[in-house]
Design a protein around this ligand. Structure first.
Ligand code: HEM
Length: 378
């Protein structure tokens, strides 16, 4: 069976905006999604380990990581909608069939996320009484929440690897369908790219968590003691280093062990080799800043660390987009679709997007100003 017969048909209306516009906001939105997503993906586990095994300073770091988590999740989920919208518009031919094949696990994310979100609130409510006194059952909820986010990350990795591996669809469709109707219970676990991809993203999430702890120590935790901030810096360096090694190991497995010869050939030749190289070495920059500048811990230095980590994530999002298009090219050329520009929704989107970012910035300033976002107080 031709795998392309399972792809969605072309929309006769065409794309409502040029491809460059759709992909620009897809990548920008995904970059904005990844920052908070990385913090709940790896940050909750790091916080749980620090609270379980760490000394008083480590527990304080854990507290400061978890306290803003409800806001971080709200931001990350909302920012996730931006790439989702553009993905659905530009990649609908492959996004919908892939997520229909795995419909139940895909829809389960809504339930898992709701449970995990409540779990975070339950844990954070327990923090009000102080880290030491947090009840055992709330700790258990914290661990469960960390696990649920790992599962959700796994489901996302399934969906987006399945979306570009169109050749795998017929087999999955036959294996999980009845009389031609897919039951929606497939997972992409036979795809060799899935496991390293999932693990690589977790490594990246660890680096973002390390960078966040450093930014917090240098910028937001100015009311904490010098002693605490130094201890937090050491923890940030450890977490970042583990993330860096993790990212390098699973990233190498992903690129050298699972990419096709053609894809590797493309990403390692001009012009993309520059992007591939930058994406691979970029995490070294924040790591070096944390390693060498940790003593200063000035707000300026913390802003530099944050900016460098933003660059790491943005480069990752861009490379991922190039790879996504390259993997799809045998089946679909997203740049060749008919365009029929719809000006009014485009202008409305731009206005609301800018206004939305303004409101988010305003809310964050208010929360930081009141010490609500950071773990001030017990
Ligand atoms: C319900 C709110 C969420 C929305 C709307 C959302 C949206 C998205 C979108 C659109 C992408 C793909 C972007 C692209 O290909 O350009 C993505 C990727 C991803 N998301 Fe989210 N997301 C949400 C929640 C989560 C949660 C709760 C997690 C849990 C860890 C998560 C983890 C991930 C991961 C790991 C990827 C990358 C998967 C891969 O390609 O391997 N997201 N998300």
């Amino acid at each position: 069976m031709e795998p392309t017969t399972l792809m969605g048909p072309s929309n006769p209306l065409g794309y409502p905006a040029p491809y460059w516009f759709l992909v620009l906001f897809k990548v920008l939105g995904f970059t904005l999604h990844m920052i908070p997503m990385n913090l709940w993906y790896a940050g909750i586990i790091v916080a749980m380990v620090l609270s379980w095994r760490g000394d008083a300073h480590a527990r304080r770091v854990s507290h400061r990581l978890m306290k803003p988590m409800p806001v971080i999740i709200a931001l990350g989920v909302n920012f996730g909608i931006v790439p989702l919208l553009f993905l659905q518009v530009a990649y609908y031919k492959v996004f919908y069939p892939a997520t229909i094949l795995m419909a139940w696990p895909w829809l389960a994310i809504i339930v898992l996320l709701t449970v995990a979100y409540y779990g975070v609130y339950v844990y954070v409510a327990g923090l009000r009484r102080g880290d030491e006194e947090i009840a055992a059952w709330r700790r258990a909820v914290g661990w469960l929440t960390a696990f649920l986010f790992l599962v959700m990350g796994f489901l996302f990795a399934n969906a987006f690897s399945l979306m570009t591996h169109v050749e795998a669809w017929p087999k999955l469709w036959r294996a999980t369908g009845v009389a031609g109707a897919p039951l929606g219970i497939a997972l992409n676990v036979d795809d060799p790219t899935l496991w390293p991809r999932w693990l690589m993203m977790f490594g990246l999430a660890l680096t973002t968590t390390g960078a966040y702890i450093a930014v917090d120590a240098g910028l937001l935790a100015r009311r904490e003691s010098e002693h605490y901030r130094r201890a937090a810096m050491r923890i940030a360096l450890k977490v970042y280093t583990v993330g860096l090694i993790w990212f390098a190991v699973f990233g190498s497995w992903y690129v050298f062990g699972t990419w096709s010869v053609e894809l590797r050939g493309m990403m390692f030749s001009e012009p993309w080799v520059v992007l591939t190289g930058l994406t691979a070495i970029a995490p070294g920059l924040p790591w070096l800043l944390i390693l060498t500048g940790g003593r200063k811990m000035t707000p300026r230095w913390a802003t530099l660390v944050g900016g460098a980590q933003f660059l790491v994530i943005a480069l990752n999002a861009i490379s991922r987009q190039i790879v996504q298009n390259a993997e799809l090219r045998p089946y679909l050329d997203v740049t060749a679709e008919r365009v029929n520009i719809q000006w009014s929704p485009m202008v409305l989107f731009l206005l609301l997007f800018v206004a939305g970012l303004g409101v988010v910035a305003w809310m964050l300033r208010k929360l930081v100003g009141r010490g609500e976002l950071v773990g001030s107080g017990r």
